[in-house]
Design a protein around this ligand. Structure first.
Ligand code: ADP
Ligand code: MG
Length: 365
């Protein structure tokens, strides 16, 4: 496993539960995944000596992090199958490349213009209305590297502040809601989608996922078909996620993709027959698919470091909720905005799960 965060941790638990041994490559000594693994190589992702030692010990290699250099994945492919491939991961590393790929799939990205020079901004004003969002093309996550701008002048100032790195200027869309599809694709090119999640963000970070999404079945099917088309076109092997915006007109726009398991798929740990992490194990190890059926309506709520502002969160309400499952990631330090854990509240009635999850969240503060 390349990467040692919480996604790698939950993968590691799933893999070891199925009897596999897991080796983590992650530069940080403190690693949520390495705590659970058989062994941990502490090295940079471009350290070829370490990569060679890692590659020689692996039967198959996967990732939890889309910013592993594509060169690293190509290098490792000499030692063992790398799933997903460098080609598929690369597509998600640059927003410009990713959005052009979405168009090439015959799907609709959020209206955008690639910004490589200040002159591109003035030209973009012809096709993009303000307010708009300037996003760095590379390395953004949890809303980082994004600035909302209201004019060409503001966009130019923001571009200068971002030191002129490649960006996209994106229309700010009025959202009816956000949804996501997590899917798995096998070495035999078969696809299974998990149920569509409805996602609420706060300050650009996922706050909660509600499943099933409160959308009609035609829209859910369209989202699953779009995600499948992207996976097929990438010849993807493993688990990937596609984030969508639904406009007030009911239009489905593609926000972004992740070539890995996804925060909005954490509900599968407690509410599905097979979790997204077990499915990733199954795909990379060439096992059959596990069933993706939803066993119960569920609300997944993220716990950010903010909840640890002066001490531990107040756990009582969460622990007293017998139908709520807590997952902590073993991170050594709580920082504002850092994902420390999550919980899933299950109930036969989605409304009840929502009410209970919201009550627990309020009590945690
Ligand atoms: P990240 O890589 O940080 O997840 P996203 O592009 O997914 O970046 O943005 C994070 C969140 O910010 C989105 O889930 C959405 O809530 C909001 N957002 C981003 N872009 C737009 C947009 N063009 N219009 C409206 N909201 C947006
Ligand atoms: Mg996102």
């Amino acid at each position: 496993m390349l990467g040692g965060g919480q996604l790698g941790r939950m993968f590691t638990v799933a893999a070891r539960t199925l009897g596999y041994r897991v080796l983590i490559l992650e530069p940080d000594f403190h690693s949520p995944a390495a705590q659970m693994s058989d062994d941990h190589i502490i090295a940079a992702y471009d350290d070829e000596v370490a990569l060679e030692a890692f590659g020689k010990r692996c039967d198959v290699i996967t990732t939890e992090f889309e910013n592993i250099p594509a060169q690293t994945l190509e290098f490792l492919a000499h030692y063992a199958p790398v799933r997903p491939s460098a080609h598929a991961v690369k597509m998600a590393q640059d927003r410009i490349v990713e959005k052009e790929f979405v168009r090439a799939c015959g799907l609709q990205p959020v209206p955008f213009v690639a910004i490589r020079t200040a002159a591109d901004i003035a030209a973009a004003a012809n096709s993009i209305q303000f307010p708009a969002i300037l996003k760095t093309a590379r390395m953004g996550y949890d809303g980082k590297g994004q600035v909302t701008v209201h004019s060409v002048a503001e966009a130019q100032a923001a571009f200068a502040q971002l030191q002129g790195v490649d960006c996209v200027l994106e229309q700010r869309v009025a959202l009816e809601r956000e949804i996501s599809v997590i899917l798995a694709r096998s070495v035999d090119s078969e696809v299974r989608c998990f149920p569509v999640a409805e996602n609420e963000h706060r300050n650009g970070i996922l706050h909660q996922s509600i499943v099933p999404a409160r959308i009609d079945t035609a829209l859910a099917a369209a989202a699953q078909a779009a995600a499948t088309r992207m996976a097929d076109k990438l010849d993807f092997v493993g688990v990937m996620a596609v984030e969508f915006f639904v406009t007030h007109q009911g239009e489905l726009l593609i926000n972004e993709m992740a070539p890995r398991t996804h925060n909005s798929g954490h509900y599968t740990l407690d509410a599905c027959v097979t979790s997204q992490f077990e499915q990733q194990v199954r795909m990379v190890c060439e096992l059959p698919f596990g069933a993706t059926d939803l066993l119960s309506p569920v609300v997944m709520v993220n716990m950010l470091g903010d909840l640890w502002h002066d001490a531990q969160p107040n756990w009582l309400a969460l622990l007293q909720s017998a139908n709520t499952k807590l997952h902590l990631y073993g991170k050594h330090q709580a920082r504002p905005g850092r994902k420390m854990g999550h919980y899933c509240t299950l109930s036969a009635q989605l409304d009840e799960a929502l009410t209970e999850a919201a009550y627990i969240f309020q009590q945690l503060q």
